[in-house]
Ligand binder design. Structure first.
Ligand SMILES: *Cc1c(COP(=O)(O)O)cnc(C)c1O
Length: 454
C-alpha cells in the first residue's frame, strides 16, 4: 500500500494532464442517486480493485456527475477559476503531505502562506501587524472571527457583560454569518438597509432605537454580497464601530478580490479599519478549493481565543512571545482548527509566478465582461436589469416570465451544455442572475445564453 507504484503514478498523472489541458472544460451534468449508487456498488470492498477499473469508474460515472464550476459557462452561485499553476502546485502540496498547523512542523509552508496573507492585508490597507491564516472557506472564516469578537468583548466587559451578546448585521449578510451567530449563541441586531446596503447612518439609527445597545458588541459588513455584489458603506460602518468601540468584521468572501481592480477599489474605502476580514481565494482569486483567507488587525486577540492548550502541544507554544508579532507563527492559533492543509500555498505559488498585476488585470477583465453583459441586457427589449452591477454579479429579468419559466429555462440550458445559470430571488421576485468570475467567459458565451431567452 505504501510502496511507490510507477504504473499507478503514470495513470493518475495522465488523467491530471488531460484534465488540465481540457479547453473548454465541459459543464457536465447533475447526478442521479440510483445510477451513481449502482455504479459505485462494491467499489470499496474487503478485496482490491485495479487502478484502471477505478479511474474508469471515476471518468465514466463520477466526474460527469459533478458540475465543473471551473467551466466558463458556469455562471450560477459563485463559480471558480483556479489558475493552472495553482492547481499544479496543489498537487505538490498533496504529494508532499504538506500540512501547516504550526511553525515547528511547517515553517517553510507557513512563511509562504503568510507572505500571501500579507499581500491581501496590504491590499485592504490593514496595518503591518495584521495577520491570520487560511481556513477551509468563508463560513469557517466568519465563524472563527466572530468567536474572537465575542470572547474579546466578554473579556473587556468582565462581570458587566450582559447575559446575551449581539452582533449587528443586515438582512443581506451571507447565511454563514447567521449560522455562526447561532452556533456561538450571539444574537443578531438586523439593521435595515438602504437599497440593500448596510450604511453607517442606518447602523447608528438602529443602535439608538435599540433598548439594549450595550449588548451589541460588533458589526458584520459585507464587501460584495453574494446575490447582488453590493459593497456596504464600509467607511460609515467603520466610523460607528470606532465611536462605540465595537468589533468590525468584513465579509469579503466573494467581493474582497475586487480590491485588486482600480475600477472599483475606491468602493472599499473603510475596509482598512476592519478588526477581522475574510476573502475566499477559492472564489475570485483563482485558487483551488478549499481556501479562505482570515485576517485580523490584532492577531494576538485571536491567538488568545483560538490557541488550543493541550499538554502535548505545549512545545509549539513555547518561546517568549510578545503577543504582537511572534517570530514563530502558528496558523492553528488563529481559527478553530488544529491540523490543517497548507492550503494557502497554491495561491502563493500562482501569485508569485504570475505577479499581482496579472491578478489585477484578470479581475478587471471579469468586471468589464460583467458590465458589458449588463449593457447588452439593457439594450435587449425583452430583458431588463434589476439593478446596475457593482461588481461581477448581474441580476436581470425576462419580461413576462414566471418562476416556472426560469426553472425550465435553467434546466434546458444545462441539459444543452450551453450554460449553468440558476434563477435567484430579488425582493420576492424570481429573476435570472449571472455570477462572472472566469476570465474565459466571453461575450459570445453571454450572447449564446441570452439568445435562449428570446
Ligand atoms: C461564499 C460566501 C461565504 C461562504 O464562504 P464558503 O467558502 O462557501 O464557506 C460567506 N460570505 C459570502 C459573502 C460569500 O459569498
Amino acid at each position: 500500500m505504501f510502496v511507490h507504484d510507477p504504473a499507478l503514478t503514470e495513470l493518475v498523472f495522465d488523467y491530471c494532464r488531460e484534465r488540465l489541458a481540457l479547453d473548454p472544460v465541459p459543464l457536465d451534468f447533475p447526478g442521479e442517486k440510483g445510477v451513481l449508487d449502482a455504479a459505485l456498488a462494491g467499489a470499496v470492498a474487503a478485496g482490491p480493485h485495479t487502478a484502471e477499473q477505478l479511474l474508469q469508474l471515476f471518468e465514466t460515472h463520477m466526474a460527469p456527475a459533478v458540475l465543473s464550476c471551473d467551466s466558463p459557462r458556469f455562471l450560477a452561485f459563485i463559480p471558480a477559476a483556479p489558475t493552472k499553476a495553482s492547481l499544479l502546485f496543489d498537487m505538490i502540496v498533496s504529494a508532499s503531505s504538506l500540512q501547516g498547523a504550526s511553525w515547528l512542523e511547517a515553517a517553510g509552508a507557513v512563511a509562504a502562506e503568510n507572505q500571501a496573507l500579507r499581500v491581501l492585508s496590504d491590499l485592504a490597507g490593514m496595518p503591518a501587524g495584521s495577520g491570520g491564516c487560511f481556513v477551509s472557506g468563508g463560513s469557517a472564516g466568519n465563524l472563527s472571527a466572530l468567536v474572537v469578537a465575542r470572547d474579546t468583548a466578554r473579556a473587556k466587559m468582565g462581570a458587566a457583560a450582559p447575559p446575551r451578546l449581539r452582533f449587528a448585521l443586515s438582512d443581506q449578510a451571507h447565511s454563514s454569518l447567521g449560522n455562526a451567530l447561532r452556533i456561538i449563541d450571539v444574537g443578531a441586531l438586523i439593521v435595515p438597509t438602504v437599497d440593500h446596503r448596510l450604511t453607517g447612518d442606518a447602523l447608528r439609527a438602529a443602535l439608538e432605537a435599540d433598548p439594549d445597545p450595550a449588548s451589541v458588541i460588533g458589526v458584520a459588513a459585507t464587501a460584495g454580497t453574494t446575490n447582488a455584489g453590493i459593497i456596504d458603506d464600509l467607511a460609515g460602518v467603520a466610523a460607528v464601530a470606532a465611536d462605540l468601540d465595537m468589533w468590525m468584521h468584513v465579509d469579503g468572501a466573494y467581493g474582497g478580490a475586487g480590491m485588486f481592480s482600480p475600477l472599483v477599489r475606491d468602493r472599499y474605502k473603510g475596509i482598512e479599519h476592519a478588526d477581522s476580514l475574510i476573502m475566499d481565494p477559492h472564489k475570485w482569486l483563482f485558487a483551488p478549493f478549499d481556501c479562505a483567507a482570515l485576517i485580523y488587525k490584532r492577531p494576538w486577540l485571536a491567538k488568545a481565543v483560538h490557541t488550543q492548550d493541550a499538554a502535548y502541544l505545549d512545545v509549539i507554544h513555547t518561546g517568549a512571545d510578545s503577543g504582537q508579532t511572534p517570530e514563530e507563527w502558528n496558523p492553528s492559533d488563529y481559527a478553530f482548527h488544529l491540523t490543517r492543509r497548507a492550503r494557502g500555498l497554491a495561491l502563493w505559488f500562482s501569485m508569485a509566478l504570475h505577479g499581482t498585476d496579472a491578478y489585477r488585470d484578470a479581475i478587471t477583465q471579469v468586471l468589464e465582461t460583467a458590465w458589458r453583459a449588463a449593457a447588452t441586457i439593457e439594450a435587449t427589449p425583452h430583458l431588463e436589469l434589476v439593478r446596475p452591477p457593482e461588481l461581477s454579479v448581474v441580476m436581470f429579468r425576462r419580461l413576462g416570465w414566471s418562476a416556472e419559466d426560469y426553472d425550465r429555462w435553467s434546466s434546458e440550458l444545462l441539459a444543452g451544455q450551453i450554460g449553468f445559470v440558476t434563477p435567484s430571488k430579488w425582493e420576492g421576485e424570481t429573476i435570472a442572475r449571472f455570477a462572472f468570475l472566469h476570465p474565459d467567459t466571453s461575450d459570445e458565451i453571454v450572447a449564446e445564453i441570452l439568445a435562449t431567452m428570446a
